[in-house]
Every structure is written in C-alpha cells, then in structure tokens.
Design a protein. Structure first.
Length: 339
C-alpha cells in the first residue's frame, strides 16, 4: 500500500495519502531524484521539502520561504479525491500564494543545469517570507483583505502593456485578475471557475436580478460578461489584490462601490494626436475604425478627473515606474489601515 500511494499520489482516500506522505517521500522517479539531490542540498539558498502538503494538495517539491512549488511529470494528484488538471492545480496553488513551475522528466534528466537556472530566476523574483513549517497562504501587501486596483484608458494608451508588466515582473504585489462570469459556452480546454464561471443566459439574468454582479455587460443578445461580487470577495479574503481592466464608466462604478479599498488609475496618452499615431502604427485597424476609436477616446478623456490618479504615458518606462510607485503606496496604506 505504501508503494502504491508513494509516487502516484493517488488513491481512494486522500486522508490515507496524507498519512503516508512522509514515508512515501523516498519513492521518486529518476528525474525527481536528480532534482531532489540539488534542492535538498540548499544549493539555491533555501530549504525545499519533498511532498509537503499545501492544504489539500501534495506537490513534488515546495520552498515555503519563497512560496514556490515545483512539479515533475507524475501520474495523478488529488484534491479531496477529485482528479484535477495541471491548470486547475496551478490555480489552486496560485490562490494560496504559491508560484508554480512544471517540468517534464526529459527536461530534468536532459538538462538539469537549465532547470536549476529557471528555478533560481523565479526565486529571485519571489519575495522571501518568514515562516515556520506550516504552509499557510502568503500574506499579501494589502492588509487583512486584498485591495482593488482599477485601470481604465482609451484604446492605444498602453494600459494593457503596463498591467501585464506589473503582473509578470512584480509578483510581490500579488496582482490577480478577477475570474469573470460569462454566458457563452467554454472553448477548448477552458474550465468552469478557472478561465470563467460559465452560466446560462437564464442563470446570468437571475444573478443580475439578485444584484450579485459588481458590473456586467450584455455584448449582444444573450451574450453576457460580468464580475461576481462574491468571487472578488473570495479573492480578497485570500490576500489577492484584484485587478480590473475596465471601461471608464465601469471603473468609476467599481471605485464608488469599494471606496477607500480601491484605487482607480487612468492611463492617458500625451495627446489625441499621439494616440492617432499609435493606432495608425499598429496597422490593425481601418481608417474608419481609427476615427471611431479616437472619437471614443476624446469622450473617455473627459472622465479622467474622476479617477484617483492620472498616469500620462508619454514614455512607457516612466509610466511603468509611476504606476508601480502608486500601487506600492496604495498597498502600504491598505496594510496600515488593515483594509
């Protein structure tokens, strides 16, 4: 029985798996064994644990101070006796403040040095947490509950570029998009509760009547998109700072709803003329579409004074630095006030 539960990390009873996980650490694939020889020696400066439980999940390797999980190809992993995909496992761990790296057996055996380099790069970006042996969720900048960060801007202002840079280069900020709801059907490998909450049009309308949405939009008949209040609160309770990339009216409404718990940012182009140049330079829109975008941008610019901060994106690096500074100040203040 021990050997059965050891490597597959699967079985009919998750509690049995957890009980035997300590003994089962010695059962590893050749790839896991090769990687463990490096990780166990603290060559990366921090202690790693083999099959250390994170709530209801047992990863291959865990570094608690860096909140990093490393997985190497295995068979099945269980959460509460349910088979789940790699994507779902990653989401589960991300929700608990852990970064996740996944490698194949061939990658580890074929080029261990490259794998170690990748691990080190992620560890250098992750904040160091003072912790004991309990793998609790990562405390986030943003107090007892995560903050709300709202971004709005005319098309072509560079908003998405700035947001993606913040999320990729500054994991210490713990920025996460809220998981939205939609009435469209899943596409490809999309999973309910991971990419979206998939609802029928009737279910969506019922939630609208129940006032369950923070914001929503009917793009065309029976095709809804929206943000559930309960989902935002779940993410905030887990210490995540929830990011909204919305139009100006949606941004203003979300700010009104959350008040001091939210910071609203308007990313502004230096001028309409510069915005025109950027849109033309993209080469993706027809002249008519560009004129429509510019007309909409002029309208949206009138709402800028209603946002907490205006960041003029004249120079992208400067705009990134200014946005980062504003976020850090906001999250520190949230931390002080315990919001």
């Amino acid at each position: 029985m021990k050997k059965h539960f050891a490597y597959e990390t699967a079985g009919h009873n998750y509690n049995i798996l957890k009980v035997f996980s300590k003994n089962n650490r010695r059962y590893m694939t050749p790839a896991e064994s090769a990687l463990w020889e490096v990780l166990r020696a603290k060559k990366l400066g921090y202690r790693f644990r083999r099959q250390h439980p994170v709530d209801d999940y047992i990863p291959d390797f865990v570094c608690l101070p860096k909140r990093l999980v490393i997985e190497v190809d295995g068979k099945y992993h269980f959460i509460g006796n349910q088979h789940i995909s790699d994507q779902e496992r990653t989401y589960y761990l991300n929700q608990r403040g852990f970064a996740v790296l996944r490698f194949t057996n061939d990658e580890v055996i074929g080029n261990t040095e490259m794998i170690i380099k990748k691990i080190k790069e992620i560890m250098d970006k992750q904040p160091t947490i003072n912790c004991n042996d309990n793998a609790q969720p990562l405390p986030s900048l943003g107090g007892a509950g995560g903050g709300i960060i709202i971004f709005s801007a005319p098309s072509g202002s560079g908003k998405s570029t700035i947001v993606q840079w913040l999320m990729q280069e500054h994991p210490e900020l713990k920025l996460y998009f809220s998981v939205s709801a939609t009435s469209r059907a899943p596409r490809g490998t999309e999973q309910h509760g991971v990419e979206y909450f998939f609802l029928t049009p009737e279910e969506f309308r019922q939630k609208i009547q129940n006032n369950e949405f923070l914001e929503y939009e009917e793009v065309y008949q029976d095709r809804f998109y929206g943000t559930l209040k309960a989902q935002v609160e779940r993410q905030r309770e887990q210490g995540q700072n929830v990011v909204f990339d919305v139009d100006v009216k949606g941004g203003i409404n979300i700010k009104k709803y959350y008040g001091d718990k939210a910071m609203s940012l308007f990313i502004q182009p230096p001028s309409v003329e510069e915005l025109r140049r950027r849109l033309v330079g993209r080469g993706t829109d027809t002249p008519e579409a560009i004129e429509n975008r510019l007309a909409k941008a002029e309208y949206e610019l009138t709402f800028a004074p209603q946002f907490d901060h205006i960041v003029v994106n004249d120079n992208l690096d400067d705009a990134k630095a200014e946005t980062l500074r504003l976020l850090q100040e906001f999250l520190r203040e949230q931390d002080k006030q315990g919001l």
